[in-house]
Write a protein that binds this ligand. Structure first.
Ligand code: 1HN
Length: 348
């Protein structure tokens, strides 16, 4: 359906003007803008170089402490969505720095967060009473309404990507937040507790799911990368994705987070994916290797730690110049739950 907007005659314009003060609008005058044959997002494809982001964050560290800022973060704002603190229409992305000796004080909020660790030699996050040390490539989850704080007891700065469902929660007017009132929430469980209970392909005998988020809150890179490596030999490569695994909730097999879907994919040297599009705008992080991603004909070359964004329903092709690993996240779980998610493989 391609709705054609009827011509604006003088009588019609007068009518629109007359009903506007009555909080009324004629559907036929806007139908083509609100019901489109395909997604038409203001979100633009864009890439951020890690080296530049890192330098800007170190400048920020001269200006403000993590504690004063609460979170010392630079938002990766989509150039098509300026002033909105969004990387896609539904998702937020930021890069966070915690300097040696700093703490980011405990708070909680209804937005869910993921961390993807980009540089760390120690440094930790504590979520709901358990600490985890952050290492390169770790995927760490902060569920909705869990207390969380970060600290860095190492001698090197710690950098990670924050992915949150802020715009989605904002859209629903369902945002709540509160401070804990102290830097750190008490630690109640030993480190590694959640991974031992839930990350060994076993579950506590009488475990009942009490929330929609995975009880594992650090998915270590070593394990995820090891899985991809073990699978590569069998060469069941998806023409559009290479070898792509999603982070799952061990309790129900669903996505690890209710609002954000995260994946890790391997593209072997010289692999070129087939053209692909999907309705979930996606944020990618290059983790290993070099390559480029072509979005509707526009090429973005990347190297480890670079971040780029693919808007909804744009045609994407990835090319790996060497063995490459990409981390990605999107709102696919939300679209799937609502029966909205679509993909198209090939050029049509
Ligand atoms: C937040 O809690 C963190 O805990 C990072 O590190 C970024 C952006 C908006 C709102 C809350 C964090 C955030 C955030």
């Amino acid at each position: 359906m391609e709705a054609k907007t009827p011509d604006d005659t003088a009588e019609r314009e007068a009518f629109y003007a007359a009903i506007e003060p009555e909080s009324l609008r004629a559907l036929w005058s806007v139908m083509g803008d609100i019901i489109t044959p395909e997604p038409r997002s203001a979100c633009l494809p864009f890439k951020w170089r890690y080296a530049r982001l890192r330098a800007r964050l170190l400048q920020a560290a001269e200006l403000i402490t993590a504690k004063e800022a609460e979170r010392r973060v630079l938002i990766l704002e989509n150039p098509g969505l300026k002033g909105q603190s969004k990387i896609t229409t539904s998702l937020y992305c930021g890069l966070q720095l915690v300097m040696p000796g700093e703490v980011a004080p405990a708070h909680r909020h209804s937005q869910s967060a993921l961390r993807f660790v980009l540089e760390a030699k120690g440094g930790f996050t504590a979520v709901g009473g358990e600490k985890t040390v952050m290492r390169y490539g770790d995927f760490v989850i902060t569920p909705s309404w869990e207390w969380h704080d970060h600290g860095n007891d190492s001698s090197a700065p710690v950098f990670w990507l924050d992915g949150l469902d802020i715009p989605l929660v904002q859209f629903l007017d369902a945002a709540f937040a509160e401070g804990y009132g102290a830097d750190q929430h008490p630690i109640r469980r030993p480190e590694g507790d959640s991974l031992a209970r839930f990350g060994a392909n076993m579950l506590p005998l009488d475990h009942e799911a009490s929330r929609p988020t995975s009880p594992i809150f650090n998915y270590p890179y070593e394990r995820a990368r090891g899985a991809l490596e073990a699978l590569r030999a069998k060469d069941e490569w998806d023409p559009c994705h290479g070898l792509k695994l999603r982070y799952s909730n061990p309790v129900d097999g669903g996505w690890a987070m209710p609002t954000i879907g995260a994946c890790l994919q391997l593209l072997p040297k010289d692999f070129r994916t087939q053209p692909y599009r999907s309705s979930d705008a996606t944020v990618f992080v290059a983790v290993e290797g070099q390559g480029r991603t072509i979005i509707d004909g526009q090429a973005f070359d990347w190297e480890p730690r670079d971040i780029f964004v693919l808007p909804s329903w744009r045609e994407v092709v990835h090319e790996a110049a060497e063995d490459a690993v990409l981390f990605s996240y999107s709102d696919r779980p939300v679209q799937e739950k609502l029966g909205l998610w679509r993909e198209r493989r090939g050029n049509r």
